[in-house]
Design a protein around this ligand. Sequence first.
Ligand code: N01
Length: 557
Amino acid sequence: MTNPQQTKSNADFDAVVIGAGFSGMYMLHSLRDKLDLNVTLFEAGNGVGGTWYWNRYPGARCDSDSYIYCYTFDKNLLQEWNWSERYPEQDEILRYLEHCAERFDLKPDIQFGKRVVATTFDDQTTLWTVRTDKGDMVTSRYVIAAVGSLSTANVPPFKGLGSFKGKWYHTSQWPHEGVDFTAKRVGVIGTGATAVQAIPEIAQQAKHLTVFQRTPNFCVPARNGKVDPEITKARKADYSGVRERIKNSFFGFELNFIPKSVLQTTPEEREKEFDRMWDDGGFSFWLANYQDMFFSKEANDIIADYLKRKIRATVNDPVVAEKLIPKTYPYGTKRQPLDTNYFETFNKKNVLLVDASTDGPIEEITPNGIRAGGKEYPLDIIVIATGFDALTGPLKNLGIKGRGGKALIDEWESGPQTYLGLSVVGFPNLFMITGPQSPSVLSNMPVSIEQHVEWITECIGYMHRHKLTTIEATPRAQEQWVTHVAEIAGATLMPQANSWYMGANISGKPRQFLPYLCPEGLGGYRKKCAEIAERGYEGFVFDGVNRTETTESRAAE
Ligand code: N01
């Protein structure tokens, strides 16, 4: 415990953390137990878990391997927790996070059932005032938004939704008591990663399932199951090695691209590699494929063709198979869903696919079901699996106003602008964990979360040691960062998809690549952030003074 000097201010707290998911819990632990700060955490839910508290739809499970989808900062925790499967189910991850909350005694400093609605900076006192929907009003030196990247539900304004006589649910706001589909006619809207997990489960229980697809998805098998105890033992024995490898990897997994162009391979050679990745399951097909997959359309087409053949080989009805084959965007430019019997589900007699481009798009929701392409599909339950207002949505909902009363929502009207995805000009002492323009959703989230939490903790510790009151990104650093993030994305195939990465799923949202695809991977981004800190927080000003420039100009003198 470093126990630096406490901030001399009249603030109620040194720091307010918003959100009690993976990121907020570790942030609270770090600031309170490593820096000895006075911290409170506001959480809208009635328990910890964030994503894993809210997303309780059937089939909800993690798409990252469990041995790396966890905290790695505590060696004992890594040894004592045992995952039951390769990809844990939602309730198991929630149990894990509950365990962590108990283990690190976090709950006394978490205020549950309180949603932050306003976060305002005072130019005079340089403190933040945070207000909740339950009437709380507290002041704080720092605010850390740990609100997740995918936590603001996107419920499209379907005409007639209010008239539906049955029940409807958004997957991320699922009833805690579950939903019984027995003998029901169910409609699922959407075919993203969530729906790909939910559809096979719902089809097993429902009398009839109609899937409303707007854009088909490339899926690869998850290949969930028990993990060989010998493998688990070896991983536990080498957790420090695992930790180093994922920290310095490209995407936060023990995966690396094949250092070769697919265009330089023979059909036999690449087919063997594709089969290997397909058999491995998980993200290796997406994140450890040939290195030109995200850059060359020609290379991408070869890889996509393998997946298209798999769909044709799995789906019995060739007309349905063609509807399920993506044709409008390069492979990998939308988030890779992992599936367990997804395509097989369309062979079931009780499952019908309604495809927007061939059967007609959803026109309205009627009292009795959904009308699409001029036809009404009668339904008892509608499952809305239409995703999230990704990355910016959760931050915009916090009612953030910075210097001079400037609202974040206005500053980001034409798209987010950040420095490192951690900080925004004009919003001193406000940090975002896995914010827009950081690797965030392009990585195994806990790895990125730990990196941001540790960087923010170091930064606040540095400020305390140097008796600094405010930190703020400079306009120049932010501008350069925004340009850099856009240039990197522009050199890939990513902008060619209407994905939530591009903000394209939300009507009216500016089209802009939201996360940061670091050319040197997650390890490279980590190094960049560390070097910035080592150089006295280059690109930031403390108390209105650019310390790096001062140091540089002093050195020049
Ligand atoms: O959401 P999505 P999701 N009318 O946006 C369709 C993470 N996740 O909840 O593709 C009709 O991907 C939309 O169609 P289109 C993961 O990062 C993680 O499935 O926009 N349809 C699409 O098919 C994932 O990527 C895990 O044309 C409409 C679907 O709804 C992210 O969450 C598990 C529509 C939405 O797909 C989001 O996934 C699950 C409309 N108006 C999810 N609007 C883990 O393993 C949208 N759609 C950790």
